[in-house]
Design a protein around this ligand. Structure first.
Ligand code: SF4
Length: 357
C-alpha cells in the first residue's frame, strides 16, 4: 500500500473504466508537472506490460513514479501462494489487502491456448454440495479491481498472455453483477486489456434476469450454465440456488440468450457417481435441454475430504455420455481434468490453506 502523504484516499487504478482511467491519469500527470504523452506511457505500462510496482515503470521520470505511488493503488491483491501441476496448470492463491479474504485463480496451458480461470467472489454463498469453494464459506464480493488484478498479476508472474478467459473460479459471477460488468468493460476495452469478448466465458448456475441483462450488455461474451441435474429435487439439493431460480426459468432465459445473440451455450455437468449419472438422469437432461443450441461438457468429480462423493470411473462417464448422445444432436464431451496433483478443482487450494485447516 503506497504512503499517502497528501492525505487523500488512494485510487485503485484497475477499478477504472477506459474514460475514467484517461481522466484520472491525465490529472495525475498534470499534478506531477509532466506532459500529457505520459498518460499513454502509463496506460501501456499498466495494461500491456503489467508491472509489479510503479518503481518498475522505466521510462517514466522517477518523480512521476513516486507521485503515482502516493496517489494510486496498483495491486489490490497480495500474491500468497502458487502451485504448478505436472501438466503445466498453475494455481494462484491471493489475499485481499483489504480484509484478508482468499481468492484462487488458475492458468491452464493447452497447446496454443492459455486460459485464465478467475474468481468473482472470495468463497461462495451458493454452497453447491460438490464444490470445495462452497464448503470454504463466503467472505464477500470482489471489486472489479480485484477481478482485473488476477489477470494482470497472472500475466506478470507467468509471462503468458491469456488467449481465453473464463469466469469459472470462486463464486457465482451473477451474484456480483455490477463488478462483473465493470470488469468485462475493462477486459474488453482496446485501450485497456483489449481481450476479445468472444474469448471470454461467464459460467453461472443461473439467475434468469441477470442472464438477460448480461446478454444485452455483452452479447459476444459466451455463456456456460452449470446444470448438474435436470431433476428438480436433485438440483435443489446439489445447487441450492435452484430453490430460488428453478432450472426451467433459467433455461427460458438461456433460450432468449441464444435467440438474441445467435450463440450456442455450454452446459456443464459434474458427474457424481450413483447420484446424477444414471440412464434416467441422462434422459431427463436431454429432454430438458432439447432444442437449445448447445454443447454439453461432462466433468468428473474431483474428490476432497468434505464432500460425500467419489471419483467417477472413466468407463461410467463414457456410458453416461453415450446415453446422452443417443438422444442429443449436439456435442457431448468429457472434459480432461487438469491440475489434479495440485488440489484439483477451484476452491480446494484455498480450503487446504485456510486458517482453520
Ligand atoms: S459451483 Fe459455483 S456457484 Fe456452486 S458453490 Fe461452487 S463456486 Fe459457488
Amino acid at each position: 500500500m503506497p504512503n499517502n502523504d497528501a492525505g487523500r484516499k488512494p485510487t485503485e487504478l484497475l477499478q477504472l473504466l477506459g474514460d475514467e482511467f484517461i481522466e484520472t491519469a491525465s490529472n495525475a500527470v498534470e499534478e506531477a508537472g509532466e506532459p500529457s504523452y505520459r498518460v499513454d506511457q502509463l496506460r501501456r505500462w499498466l495494461y500491456e506490460r503489467t508491472p509489479r510496482s510503479f518503481k518498475d515503470m522505466e521510462g517514466l521520470p522517477l518523480s512521476l513514479r513516486e507521485h503515482l505511488d502516493k496517489i494510486f493503488v496498483l495491486h489490490p491483491l497480495d500474491h500468497d501462494l502458487e502451485q504448478v501441476s505436472e501438466d503445466g496448470t498453475r494455481k494462484f492463491l491471493w489475499k485481499q489487502g483489504r480484509d484478508g479474504g482468499r481468492i484462487e485463480s488458475v492458468l491452464i496451458p493447452d497447446g496454443d491456448r492459455t486460459t485464465y480461470c478467475i474468481s468473482t467472489q472470495s468463497g461462495c454463498p451458493v454452497k453447491c454440495t460438490f464444490c470445495a469453494t462452497g464448503y470454504g464459506g463466503f467472505s464477500g464480493n470482489l471489486s472489479a479491481a480485484e477481478i482485473i488484478d488476477q489477470v494482470v498479476q497472472i500475466r506478470s508472474l507467468s509471462q503468458q498472455a491469456p488467449t481465453n478467459l473464463v469466469f469459472m473460479g470462486m463464486g457465482e459471477p451473477l451474484l456480483n453483477f455490477d463488478d462483473l460488468l465493470r470488469s468485462l468493460s475493462i477486459l474488453t476495452d482496446p485501450r485497456q486489456l483489449g481481450i476479445g469478448a468472444r474469448r471470454i466465458t461467464v459460467s453461472t448456475v443461473g439467475i434468469p434476469e441477470r442472464i438477460r441483462q448480461l446478454s444485452q450488455a455483452f452479447p459476444q461474451v459466451k455463456l456456460a450454465l452449470s446444470i448438474h441435474a435436470a431433476d428438480p429435487a436433485l438440483r435443489d439439493e446439489l445447487v441450492p440456488l435452484n430453490l430460488k431460480y428453478p432450472l426451467d426459468a433459467v433455461l427460458d432465459a438461456v433460450r432468449e440468450h441464444c435467440a438474441n445473440t445467435g450463440k450456442k451455450v455450454t452446459f456443464e455437468y459434474v458427474i457424481l457417481p450413483g447420484v446424477n449419472d444414471s440412464r434416467e438422469a441422462a434422459n431427463a437432461l436431454t429432454k430438458k435441454v432439447r432444442g437449445i443450441p448447445a454443447s454439453i461438457n461432462l466433468i468428473g468429480f474431483n474428490p476432497f475430504e468434505e464432500a460425500p462423493y467419489s471419483k467417477p470411473e472413466l468407463r461410467s462417464m463414457i456410458a453416461f455420455r453415450d446415453s446422452i448422445q443417443r438422444n442429443y444432436p449436439g456435442d457431448v464431451t468429457i472434459r480432461r481434468s487438469r491440475g489434479e496433483d495440485i488440489q484439483g478443482a477451484c476452491g480446494q487450494l484455498s480450503l487446504k490453506n485456510s486458517p482453520a485447516s
